[in-house]
Design a protein around this ligand. Structure first.
Ligand SMILES: Nc1ncnc2c1ncn2[C@@H]1O[C@H](COP(=O)(O)OP(=O)(O)OP(=O)(O)O)[C@@H](O)[C@H]1O
Ligand SMILES: [Mg+2]
Length: 461
């Protein structure tokens, strides 16, 4: 369906005179019309070809407009169907809308109203078609990016993330318990799922339990299950999440928030590979792969006595520490491209990129909420932006306000030479602007010639 072609329209009406007068009027508006005089004939035509819009009478002798609507929906899900209805059947028209008709027009047909509704339907259908296409492109994009810079939807080409991918691929196939550490929004859950998906357990369950979201009273019956009558309210027996994860992966999120008593019981399960329901006696064998995550400092929790040291030892057989976004600004261009494209497609917005100025402000932000915060910021911008490229003016207030300070502690900066700093500065900005020298010179506040000279001087080609 090309932008320039005339929209095609199927007119379905068993009143031959009415159909023809509609055809005459709409052909003047450059619709390519095909007219049929009954529902059955319409179905035949629709099985052969798709139209931009279907305009059908609701009440016909053979196949009703509603049946036609259903068939059309299943044959061509994105083609809008407009209903023409007599006054007596307004209720059926509402019903038709509920079943997926795009709009309805009451008889006698008012031509300006019909024209407006038709052109709206065509616009919507074209947007939707582009949107569907974009969604397909997005899946492609994710696959391509994954191949080059990521693993299972986790993107990153910084050395820190490459190291993370390396550990994931080394340990995924083993039974080793993995502890994932990282600030909020750094992708801990994403890594846990990637471990499961790249493991031989992939066909069994991935069971996530958020230890911070469950009250002290609830967590044990959730994890271990309970016998009927084990406590007030335990009216039926319940299988616990650990048993449910048998053969698969148990993901204990926010494990630092697990109450001490539960920690002791979990430890017993890990040591014995058996689980006992709350209020029960018999132990049941379980084979689980445990992955745990936290944004808390478990070492210092051990020191202050709120986390069991023996459990920590069990959990940290392999540790994956996810770097905060502020420490790997080199990944920003990749994440930006991915979020801008996928979120624009998801929301059907015409945004395709981001201006170098806005990119520079994003690179200066501290990102306390890490990748999640970045994704939310991009989503906000994509929804509100006016143009195709996101501008500084589209940035959320919080991001702009925080962008003023030069990051890096005085200790990082002290003892450095200007040349050293200059080289690091140029390198980081080249990376941020994906080697576009014009843009890099602009953020650095120097001329392009100067930039060329310095790139050569520092051997940054
Ligand atoms: N490297 C990445 N590439 C692509 N998307 C990412 C990456 N890291 C995180 N995300 C996205 O950011 C969001 C937050 O990720 P996730 O839920 O895994 O973080 P988390 O560390 O578990 O956060 P919290 O501690 O707040 O639970 C998700 O939408 C996730 O898809
Ligand atoms: Mg999480």
């Amino acid at each position: 369906m090309s932008e320039a072609s005339n929209p095609s329209l199927l007119i379905v009406d068993d009143d031959v005179g009415h159909a023809e007068s509609l055809q005459d009027a709409l052909e003047m508006d450059n619709y390519e019309c095909q007219v049929v005089h009954g529902g059955a004939e319409a179905l035949e035509v629709l099985r052969e070809k798709a139209f931009d819009v279907v305009l059908t009478d609701l009440v016909m002798a053979d196949v009703s407009g509603l049946d036609l609507l259903r068939e059309s929906r299943s044959l061509h899900p994105t083609t809008p169907v407009l209903m023409i209805t007599g006054h007596a059947t307004i209720e059926t028209a509402v019903d038709a809308m509920r079943q997926g008709a795009d709009d309805y027009i009451a008889k006698p047909v008012n031509l300006p109203e019909l024209r407006a509704k038709l052109s709206r339907a065509v616009d919507r259908a074209r947007l939707l078609a582009d949107h569907e296409e974009l969604k397909l492109q997005n899946e492609d994009l994710r696959r391509q990016l994954d191949e080059r810079f990521g693993l299972e939807g986790i993107l990153g080409h910084s050395p820190q993330m490459q190291r993370v991918f390396q550990i994931i691929s080394q340990v995924a196939a083993t039974h080793a318990t993995v502890l994932i550490l990282g600030e909020s929004g750094t992708g801990k859950e994403l890594v846990a799922r990637a471990l499961h998906r790249s493991s031989p357990r992939v066909k069994q369950n991935f069971v996530a339990v958020n230890c911070a979201a469950l009250s002290e009273g609830l967590i044990e019956s959730e994890l271990f299950g309970h016998k009927r009558g084990a406590f007030t309210g335990a009216v039926t027996e319940k299988q616990g999440r650990i048993a449910y994860a048998d053969g698969g992966t148990l993901f204990l999120d926010e494990v630092g928030d697990m109450p001490p008593a539960t920690q002791a019981k979990l430890l017993r399960v890990l040591e014995s590979r058996e689980v006992v329901q709350v209020g029960g006696h018999e132990a049941k064998k379980v084979d689980i792969r445990l992955v745990a995550a936290t944004n808390r400092d478990l070492r210092s929790m051990v020191a202050e006595g709120s986390f069991r040291e023996d459990l920590l030892f069990r959990l940290q057989v392999v540790t994956i520490a996810l770097p905060p976004l502020r420490d790997r600004v080199g990944d920003l261009p990749l994440l930006l491209e991915y979020f801008v494209r996928t979120l624009a497609a998801e929301h059907g917005r015409p945004v395709t990129g981001i201006s170098p100025e806005a990119r520079a402000v994003l690179a200066r932000h501290d990102w306390p909420g890490n990748v999640r915060e970045l994704r939310n910021a991009v989503e906000n911008m994509v929804l509100l932006a006016q143009g195709e490229a996101l501008q500084v003016g589209d940035l959320p207030e919080s991001v702009v306000a925080a962008g003023g300070q030069v990051r890096g502690t005085q200790l990082d900066l002290a003892g450095r030479s200007l040349a050293e700093m200059e080289e690091a500065l140029i390198k980081a900005n080249l990376e941020l602007m994906e080697d576009n020298r014009e843009r890099t010179a602009k953020v650095l506040g120097i001329g392009e010639r100067t930039l060329y000279r310095k790139i050569k001087e520092y051997g940054l080609q």
